[in-house]
Design a protein around this ligand. Sequence first.
Ligand SMILES: [Zn+2]
Ligand SMILES: [Zn+2]
Length: 136
Amino acid sequence: MRKVIWRGREVLEFVQDGEGPPAVTKPDEVRLRITAAGVCGTDVHIIQGKVRFVEPPLVLGHEFAGVVEECGPAVKRVRPGDRVKCDSVVGCGACSWCLRGATQFCPEGSEFGITRDGAWCEWLVAPERVDSRFSR
Ligand SMILES: [Zn+2]
Ligand SMILES: [Zn+2]
């Protein structure tokens, strides 16, 4: 997989690790082939080392779209070939915050390109619920 890893202040590394697409391992997950990923002001600040809670090494990319390639057996709303855009925040999907659509407050939450590897890469595996076409 080709990806861009932020290694620390002002250092980005382009990597080609020879790995193929990551496997879908949970029933509610989908694998996306990333077709677009944004570069925003937050990314610039992260690269400059100005966002204190973002730690290298990290694949950046928190605004992205892709094509669904593979779905776990419990995925209901999308299927291979669908074009989706995603929320960057991944909540647990079950706590009171997640159930009211406020995943950013989920105590188990994480965010692509901020606290978990993001979308400056070829593929990403994510729970179906982060497909924001269906969010409120
Ligand atoms: Zn942004
Ligand atoms: Zn939650």
